[in-house]
Design a protein around this ligand. Sequence first.
Ligand code: MEV
Length: 315
Amino acid sequence: MNQSTGTSYAKIILIGEHAVVYGQPAIALPVRALQLKATLTPRRDRQRLIESTFYRGHLEVAQFPFAGIAALIDALQAFFGASTQGFDLRIDSQLPPERGMGSSAATATAVIRAWYAAYETPLSRSALLDWAAVSERAIHGNPSGLDAATTSATAPQWFVRGQAPQPIAFPTSGALVIADTGTMGQTKAAVASVAAKLKAAPAQYQPLITGIGAAVATARTALAASDLPRLGAALDESQRALHALGVSSAALDRLITAAHSAGALGAKLTGSGQGGCMIALAQDARTARRIATALTTAGATAVWTHQFAESEALV
Ligand code: MEV
């Protein structure tokens, strides 16, 4: 084992969360301003020590939310025939945890890259996504794979469960304002609550899943045509369905209303919801600043702006 590093990014789901678990498409983008870095240093003894904001201590006794990553590391060590190799693993993250920004998938991606680099082994995209599924399954139960696909990408992604993610072009104008409610989202619980609703009353809830899929298709057409008002309408349409599925929250709804009042073309929760972050679509940088101020006034604990031009440059 050599000393090594692995990096990944925060992700924002533009549209399609939850429905993507049931085979509908989704569009998500990496946010390169928010990075996560894993630094792996071999030890002479057998201790396996973790230093991160969500867990600090011996790998063997790691609990939620680090237990899924611990299972992944055990599997990686077995794969490299080095189960008794001691190490220090340091994780430096700019991502807020459990806010719908893909913190767990970003951690998995950076850890997998660090391990492959430590053993000087080439890593294909599909192998990376297979490895990330190990910890994502342990953490989330039934992950679509969207989070791992996006946190490991450098360009916006069109994603359908079970298929290879495709880079997708974005307009050069427009911006997303991202705001944190300051409350934790609970991906596993939110995904399970949607599953329970679909089981109990499919006639009521299945059309919402299909409706989100249709809004994602509209968003794709709008992105290709640089039609931001149409994109905004698709975001609003998906938020109505997510609200009806029970995954919004009072804090998310308050920020979404504030964004609309400040001139957003559309606004919705992002990620699993029931807390976490929301996004608002702004026509231009000036409107984005106005929306950001309104969101802070409405109680957002953090606000970021992502210009679409940053995404386009990466395709
Ligand atoms: C979580 O970031 C996104 C969800 O659609 C779950 C998943 O895709 O695995 C809610």
